[in-house]
Design a protein around this ligand. Structure first.
Ligand SMILES: Cc1cc2nc3c(=O)[nH]c(=O)nc-3n(C[C@H](O)[C@H](O)[C@H](O)COP(=O)(O)OP(=O)(O)OC[C@H]3O[C@@H](n4cnc5c(N)ncnc54)[C@H](O)[C@@H]3O)c2cc1C
Length: 359
């Protein structure tokens, strides 16, 4: 069986990892000449938003025999509104390295794949149609789904991510929610080491050339004066693919719309969808069905996003204050079973907000 994988990111590599277990050696095409995004950064998983019951390491280890390890646990979140601040502590999630460092998620999975990658190969579906039995599109781009008439956009955003120098607490993420510079997105500071961090701002529904204006406003309003080593602007589009498999083409990771449109997280979905695409190919299982738990979760996060899109700074400050109440902290952060998307209060709140907006 010949399988071609487009993209050696998290979804593509995870797909190769699973195929290899069944003795299938895929051909992996990567448009870049290296593994990763070209900018090293850190990402997080947050327990209260996570599908994965205990932690992603156990989840992937036990379910798929894939070993991943974080840089460190996340112990503290500082949430800043325009005039409110809340700090929460606990077992909040994990920080992972991303991109090309030795311990990045890509390199951790690559070590377990141990197959050649055809670098400097920018490939389209059509290039592979005649030569492969199956094509796994894992290029993080929604254009393929669009061209298959298979895509509805739900959000579009621009992010600037910078590497900054300073003095940081390595187990802490600081998040800013302020519509003046983030609109309905957010900004965050996530340390890499104690003297290096990523500072990022995501703004929804703007054009690429407007991002600089919002970035400067963010730095000015928050009085942030870090030395910036490098920065990169990234466009992301979230949405739904109506079917994740069309004929012999599989869409995995961001290419399949598995980037959530609430926080813009998609790393764990990318890994799992890559693995499940391989399982579907090998065992002739229904791919959409295999991904059902992720799609349900995506849908819940989408509803949450719709509520957040109605928030102004007053609402955000109220929310931040509410999240600081000891009883709420206890209920949300110290309860191992709490998941934002399973909370009935979200649905009630959502219905209430939608009703108000319709009046
Ligand atoms: C700044 C930033 C912060 C993030 N923070 C978080 C976070 O905190 N938590 C979280 O869970 N997620 C986070 N994400 C999202 C997460 O990184 C992505 O959802 C995940 O990497 C998607 O994996 P993927 O395999 O679909 O795509 P990628 O990992 O992006 O891989 C796609 C690969 O395809 C290659 N490619 C593209 N086109 C072609 C082509 N035509 N031919 C061949 N190869 C091609 C690319 O070069 C790339 O290597 C963040 C993303 C960014 C950019």
């Amino acid at each position: 069986m010949k399988v071609g994988i487009i993209g050696s990111g998290l979804a593509g590599l995870s797909c190769a990892f699973e195929l290899k277990k069944y003795g299938i050696i895929p051909t992996i095409f990567e448009k870049r000449s290296y593994l990763g995004d070209g900018l090293d950064y850190t990402i997080v998983t947050l327990r209260i938003f996570d599908l994965y019951t205990q932690n992603p390491m156990d989840y992937f280890g036990e379910k798929y025999n894939l070993s991943i390890s974080p840089l460190r646990p996340l112990r503290k979140i500082i949430m800043m509104g325009s005039d409110k601040k809340t700090t929460v502590r606990g077992r909040l999630g994990y920080i992972f390295e991303k991109s090309s460092t030795k311990n990045s998620l890509e390199n951790q999975i690559m070590e377990q794949v141990n197959l050649p990658i055809l670098f400097d190969h920018s490939i389209n579906i059509e290039d592979l149609q005649n030569d492969f039995d199956y094509i796994v599109c894992a290029n993080a781009n929604h254009e393929t789904a669009k061209s298959l008439n298979n895509w509805t956009t739900t959000f579009s955003a621009h992010t600037r991510i910078a590497t900054v120098l300073g003095n940081f607490k390595t187990d802490t993420i600081t998040m800013w929610l302020n519509t003046e510079y983030a609109k309905h997105g957010y900004a965050y500071l996530l340390p890499y080491h104690k003297d290096k961090a990523n500072l990022a701002l995501t703004v929804d529904n703007i054009s690429s050339h407007e991002l600089d204006y919002y970035w400067k406003k963010f730095l000015t309003l928050e009085n942030l004066q870090y030395k910036i080593l490098e920065s990169r602007d990234i466009e992301s589009n979230g949405g739904f693919t109506h079917t994740l498999k069309k004929d012999n083409i599989y869409l995995a990771g961001n290419a399949g719309g598995l980037l959530d449109d609430f926080l813009g997280f998609g790393s764990m979905n990318a890994i799992e969808s890559g693995i499940l695409a391989a399982k579907s190919i090998v065992k002739h299982l229904d791919y959409n069905h295999l991904l059902e738990h992720i799609l349900i979760d995506q849908n819940k996060k989408h509803k949450l996003r719709k509520v957040f899109n109605t928030f102004d700074n007053k609402d955000l400050n109220k929310l931040i204050t509410l999240l600081g109440f000891p009883i709420v902290k206890q209920y949300i952060y110290n309860n191992p079973f709490y998941r934002v998307t399973n909370s009935p209060s979200i649905q009630t709140f959502y219905n209430h907000k939608i009703k108000i907006n319709q009046l």
